[in-house]
Ligand binder design. Structure first.
Ligand SMILES: C[S@@+](CC[C@H](N)C(=O)[O-])C[C@H]1O[C@@H](n2cnc3c(N)ncnc32)[C@H](O)[C@@H]1O
Length: 325
């Protein structure tokens, strides 16, 4: 049996419940992005018997490839989505005690690892953003392509939904989020319309949100991006504190990973990639193994559209410098 831990992190508690036991694999389909590239980078520098951290388990695709590639390695994987934990735990149960899943945001990784193990970390991977099931399941409320409740939380057991966030913020605060995380120039007009819809009780679903955005900036041009794209991305990033989470992850991995070990990060938008690039530029701490981010091959991009926006950066932790006397 693989081990599965459900940590309660920060001060988050919830009345909501999740059925951890029911079969989770059937409706969890996520095609792993740049599987070969990520795994090769990680296992190349891992010593015999090493411990790899998968910060974003999802369906467990990268973890599975690591565990299959090297029978001496072990993986501890994090995910804040209970469905991802259930699905990956089921998929990876065949690896027994070599695999352990933890239901938690990866920002809390260092505290959780403190309780689990003191051993060196032989590699870390983070495949950021959302999984296909999160986007495709209308009940998660992440996509304007299907109508569903305005939720957007990766962790369905805790935290504020998108609708609650919209209700709490004033129009200026909302506009700032849409501008910063969606890089949307028309953020003020959009925010005012969203707030108006909320105040008129006309904002409960993703379809309502998209309608409010279209009212503000007009419909999509033929062949252009959907008018909802930037605002939906911005709200999802805000609901899940994605930038703050990534900053914390980068910090603790830098402190905790073993010298010589590899850190592989797949990011899907420029805000994330910028943070990773900045970290790996710290030449006294990290040696970047990818001067420019690697992209998915044409073949992968043609079969898995999600991989088209992926950027992979890999770096190796340099030995810790002794403080000079
Ligand atoms: C792209 S998917 C990972 C897919 C996985 N690599 C695979 O091949 O199956 C990203 C996953 O990371 C999780 N995630 C995103 N941000 C997180 C965070 N701050 N803490 C923990 N999990 C997070 C999401 O819930 C999602 O399941």
């Amino acid at each position: 049996m693989s081990m599965e831990l459900q940590f309660v992190y920060d001060d988050v508690s919830s009345d909501e419940e999740f059925d951890w036991e029911s079969s989770a694999m059937d409706d969890f389909e996520h095609v792993t992005v740049m599987r070969e590239e990520v795994v090769t980078a990680l296992v190349a520098s891992a010593p015999a018997g090493g411990l790899i951290i998968d910060a974003t388990l999802g369906g467990g695709g990268h973890s599975e490839a690591i565990l299959e590639r090297r029978s001496d390695l072990r993986v501890i994987g994090f995910d804040r989505d209970p469905r991802a934990i259930a699905a990956s735990s089921e998929r990876l149960a065949r690896f027994g005690t070599r695999f352990q899943s933890v239901h938690s945001a990866f920002s809390c990784g260092v505290e959780i690892l403190e309780q689990l193990t003191r051993e060196p970390i032989a590699g870390v991977c983070a495949d950021l953003g959302v999984s296909s099931p999160q986007i495709d399941d209308p009940t998660r409320g992440m996509s304007f392509r299907h109508s569903g409740p305005l939720d957007m939380r990766m962790d369905t057991l805790s935290g504020e939904t998108a609708l609650e966030l919209i209700g709490r913020l004033d129009a200026d605060e909302l506009a700032d989020i849409i501008f910063r995380y969606g890089e949307e120039r028309r953020s003020r007009r959009i925010a005012r319309n969203i707030k108006r819809a909320f105040d008129e009780d006309d904002l409960a679903t993703t379809a309502d949100l998209r309608r409010a955005i279209v009212r503000a900036i007009g419909p999509a041009r033929i062949g252009g991006v959907d008018p909802g794209t930037r605002t939906f991305q911005a709200l999802r990033i805000a609901v899940n504190s994605e930038i703050d989470e990534l900053e914390k992850l980068l910090l603790w991995v830098t402190q905790r990973i073993a010298p010589g070990a590899a850190f592989a990060v797949l990011s899907f938008h420029s805000l994330e990639d910028r943070l990773v690039k900045q970290l790996f530029r710290q030449g006294d701490v990290w040696k970047a193994l990818t001067k420019k981010p690697r992209m998915a091959s044409d073949e992968e991009a043609s079969t898995n559209p999600r991989s088209r926006s992926a950027k992979l950066r890999v770096a190796r932790r340099l030995p810790f410098l002794e403080p000079s006397e």
